[in-house]
Unconditional design. Structure first.
Length: 61
């Protein structure tokens, strides 16, 4: 990362609220968002409920 807002960056780091599974507690977390929107549209996967762990566990082996 070259610094916030630098056009050479592939990602931007943002803070978003996330709900802890089990407790329901809301905490702020860092998320790294990929900036190449064309590539994201071609190869990205939308996870409707936002639960990456569950998505990965449900992938066929």
């Amino acid at each position: 990362m070259y610094g916030e807002g630098d056009p050479r960056n592939e990602y931007e780091r943002i803070i978003i609220p996330a709900t802890m599974e089990g407790t329901g507690q809301v905490v702020n977390v860092f998320v790294y968002r990929y900036l190449d929107q064309d590539l994201v549209k071609q190869t990205g996967v939308h996870i409707a409920d936002g639960n990456w762990r569950r998505y990965m566990q449900e992938l066929p082996e």
